[in-house]
Design a protein around this ligand. Structure first.
Ligand SMILES: [Fe+2]
Ligand SMILES: [Fe+2]
Length: 152
């Protein structure tokens, strides 16, 4: 599977999890939904940062020189929110507010990846993209959230 296809599938999965978690009633269900989202997002961001972004950056165009550092910074902001979420009571209004902020952040970020970065990434060629896809699939390793709020 091409790297871009793998990442798109993961984007769709997280989008679905946000939808489910918003509908979930009860503190326990919302917390476990949040934990699954956080876990999947952290693993997704890790394979992008370690494998996909460096490959895109290697293309060395003016566009990639802007796009890649911006994507890392967006991940950084998402991780700040992800780290705070486990400390907030799911029954507190701040929980829903933070989840909404995270969802919007991710939505914006995913749109830029899919509409801009993945298009540019096509220049890597189908073969290289398939190699990167296999490498990322093997490296994808969701870890349970630590009580302190995540491993990164
Ligand atoms: Fe990303
Ligand atoms: Fe992504």
């Amino acid at each position: 599977m091409k790297a871009t296809e793998l990442l798109k599938r993961q984007h769709r999965e997280v989008k679905g999890l946000f939808k489910e978690t918003k509908k979930a009633s009860g503190a326990k269900a919302r917390r476990s939904g949040m934990e699954e989202i956080a876990t999947k997002l952290l693993a997704h961001m890790a394979i992008e940062e370690d494998i996909f972004y460096p490959a895109v950056k290697e293309l060395g165009t003016k566009k990639t020189a802007e796009m890649v550092p911006e994507a890392y910074e967006e991940h950084h902001v998402a991780k700040l929110v992800i780290r705070e979420l486990p400390k907030v009571n799911p029954e507190d209004e701040r929980f829903e507010a933070k989840m909404t902020v995270l969802e919007e952040l991710i939505e914006h970020h995913v749109e830029e990846e899919e509409k801009e970065m993945f298009k540019v990434a096509e220049k890597l060629g189908a073969e290289r993209l398939t190699e990167l896809g296999a490498e990322m699939k093997a490296a994808f390793d969701p870890q349970p959230l630590k009580a302190a709020g995540g491993r990164r």
